[in-house]
Ligand binder design. Structure first.
Ligand SMILES: [Fe+2]
Length: 322
């Protein structure tokens, strides 16, 4: 039975609180492995698109956020940016564990990358925190600044040039809502003929490695979709490649289980880490779009002053990556 204001049953809710305070656990280590930070998934791919992905854009609790020069330089050559917008822009009092943004977060995101080339996913467990009316006002503010949103019941995906489709869907919601796309329906939005990317909100908080059921779900989704970039764990999980045989040919695909937190105001330092990924996509010798190169880095959101925090690429990630 789901616990009020939690996406989970009692056992998982207690596990969440324990890991929240004590820090991440390395359970299930070794089931999947990180790929190198710079690698080529499929040979002979002529790069046509470069898409950057970041993790959870979380509640800054009224503090300003800025982004550092290293992350800006890292994604500067990309055509598009995708992030998970996991809070509602509002001053309203929400339920316990509700996540709230100030409008300043949109300035920080626009400073990082052009808003008209940024796609913000809303399929996550916090989009229901304040109900439909306040969420709709927040969504309108996001879109008025030029960002595109997806992962909703009315707009589950975004498309690039009728060539790439990015589908947002969530396994979890803290509140019972019907305006966010649930993961059970994600497969219905795969479009044959396009390069389909699934951007799922799934798994469990503060676990450094995905559970076997998430790995199996990722494998099943990989048979349909061309890449998976996930989020929700608030700590980075492995960026992996999976080898498949599709239509009689071997193909390597990206499965990034969770990109952690892009930004968050939080005293518990284990919440400060994330990943930024760049995937290039282009046609193979037969004209089929595939992933070419893949590059990724760890990021860290750190306090600069009482009212200013900064997210940038870091070389100080403290947890195992084997
Ligand atoms: Fe989440």
């Amino acid at each position: 039975m789901k616990i009020k204001n939690s996406p989970y049953n009692l056992r998982e809710t207690l596990g969440y609180f324990k890991r929240n305070f004590l820090g991440p656990v390395a359970k299930n280590r070794g089931l999947v492995r990180y790929c190198r930070q710079c690698c080529q998934l499929n040979p002979g791919i002529q790069p046509q698109y470069k898409i950057a992905f970041i993790g959870d854009v979380m509640d800054m609790k009224g503090r300003r956020l800025r982004t550092g020069t290293r992350i800006k330089q890292f994604i500067a050559s990309c055509d598009y940016l995708v992030g998970n917008f996991e809070a509602t822009i509002t001053n309203a009092r929400g339920a316990y564990l509700a996540q709230r943004h100030s409008p300043q977060i949109l300035n920080a995101l626009a400073e990082l990358f052009p808003s008209d080339k940024t796609f913000l996913g809303l399929a996550n467990n916090h989009s229901g925190d304040f109900g439909l009316e306040i969420w709709s006002e927040s969504k309108m503010q996001i879109e008025e600044r030029g960002f595109s949103t997806f992962g909703t019941s009315n707009a589950t995906f975004v498309e690039i040039d009728n060539a790439i489709r990015i589908v947002g869907a969530t396994q979890w919601s803290n509140q019972p809502v019907d305006y966010i796309r649930k993961i059970e329906k994600a497969h219905e939005f795969h479009q044959p003929g396009l390069f389909n990317i699934l951007y799922p909100h799934w798994g469990y908080e503060m676990e450094l490695y995905p559970r076997p059921e998430t790995i199996e779900r990722g494998r099943q989704f990989s048979l349909l979709f061309d890449a998976i970039v996930g989020h929700h764990s608030h700590i980075p999980q492995p960026v992996t490649e999976i080898s498949l045989s599709k239509s009689g040919a071997n193909v390597k695909q990206l499965v990034a289980y969770s990109l952690g937190d892009f930004c968050i105001h939080e005293k518990l330092k284990h919440y400060h880490f994330g990943q930024v990924i760049i995937m290039s996509i282009g046609p193979d010798s037969k004209g089929k779009l595939k992933t070419g190169s893949l590059e990724w880095r760890f990021t860290r959101c750190r306090r600069v002053s009482d009212d200013l925090w900064e997210t940038d690429i870091t070389s100080d990630y403290p947890y195992p990556t084997a």
